[in-house]
Design a binder for this molecule. Structure first.
Ligand code: DQA
Length: 146
């Protein structure tokens, strides 16, 4: 049994009504339902969201302890949280895959979004494809777990 953690940072609990022209109209519940419907047998989806940096870091530590692959949308933490970067590095240096995802394409947006302090320690990055970013990331992490 593989439990995949789908971790979401600040303001992503507002998906559905938050800037729909940028993020679309799907909610996190919708994304969870899609991932659950596509997860292969023997895979469970554990989708969580928090606005709190410490909670997100705790969940990454938990991923290491439970040997769970991770799909992470760090939201605005992407652009400045060295603490989150260090926690992501703990995950990936332990041998677990962690794919950074974004609904939007940060490189096509404001300058401050062009920097990710996370990407350099992530296994890979998928951005700009809306909910498909999560679907592709799920496939990618599952292809990388032994
Ligand atoms: C985001 C992009 C970030 O720049 C932004 O702060 C978010 C969402 C995305 O999924 O496109 O909150 O991570």
């Amino acid at each position: 049994m593989t439990n995949v953690l789908i971790l979401n940072g600040p303001n992503l609990g507002r998906l559905g009504t938050r800037e729909p022209d940028v993020y679309g109209t799907l909610t996190l519940d919708d994304i969870q339902a899609t991932l659950e419907s596509e997860a292969p047998e023997g895979t469970t989806i554990d989708l969580r969201q928090t606005d709190d940096e410490a909670t997100l870091i705790g969940w990454l530590h938990e991923a290491v302890d439970t040997k769970s692959p991770v799909v992470l949308n760090p939201a605005a933490f992407t652009h400045y949280s060295y603490a989150l970067r260090d926690a992501v590095a703990i995950v990936t240096t332990s041998g677990l895959p962690l794919v950074e995802v974004h609904l939007s394409n940060p490189h096509a947006r404001e300058e401050f979004r062009h920097t990710s302090v996370i990407s350099g320690v992530a296994t890979g990055v998928i951005a700009g494809l809306g909910a498909d970013s999560y679907r592709l990331a799920l496939q990618a992490v599952l292809a990388r777990v032994s």
